[in-house]
Design a protein around this ligand. Structure first.
Ligand code: FES
Ligand code: FES
Length: 158
């Protein structure tokens, strides 16, 4: 019988560094990042896969960290908002476009936009941007400012 409360040590690759963590099979990647590695940029919102506040990148793709078990993340490259460093094109674009108010959703949007840039280095068609942004919810600011930030992010690449 599988013991879901049994803890074991796994090694996660987070923001370019290997980190040992002690997890149960049922521990969420989101909780392990926040509680064991003090990476609190990924936010708990719905914890149900709906809001995107917990988004990180795994192997270059946006992943909702509340839907991934920590044990599933072993052997993959995890990038959190802390790993962006602070002066990337996407972060600058969000500031210039005023694409946030309370900021709770912002780290998730930054990561989904960074993943969009990773997977589509050239600006894709508008409907593609819309599809990517649909993964995340914001309850304060206008989505138009976030769209504007995506435009600025791509302009900074050209
Ligand atoms: S907290 Fe993960 S999608 Fe809402
Ligand atoms: S800026 Fe407040 S929820 Fe998005």
């Amino acid at each position: 019988m599988v013991r879901y409360d049994k803890k074991s040590v796994i090694t996660l690759s987070v923001n370019g560094a290997l980190q040992d963590v002690v997890v149960r099979p049922s521990d969420l990647l989101l909780d392990v990042l926040r509680e064991q590695l003090a990476l609190t940029g990924a936010k708990p919102g719905c914890k149900n896969g709906d809001c995107g506040a917990c988004t990180v990148m795994v192997d270059g793709w946006p992943i909702k960290a509340c839907l991934m078990l920590a044990v599933e993340a072993e052997g993959h490259e995890i990038l959190t908002v802390e790993g962006l460093g602070g002066a990337t094109a996407v972060q600058t674009a969000f500031v210039v476009a005023n694409a946030f108010q309370c900021g709770y959703c912002t780290s998730g949007f930054l990561m989904v936009c960074q993943a969009l840039l990773t997977q589509h280095p050239q600006m894709p068609e508008e409907h593609v941007v819309e599809e990517w942004l649909q993964a995340n919810l914001c309850r304060c600011t206008s989505y138009q400012e976030i769209r504007n930030a995506v435009m600025l992010m791509y302009e900074a690449q050209s």
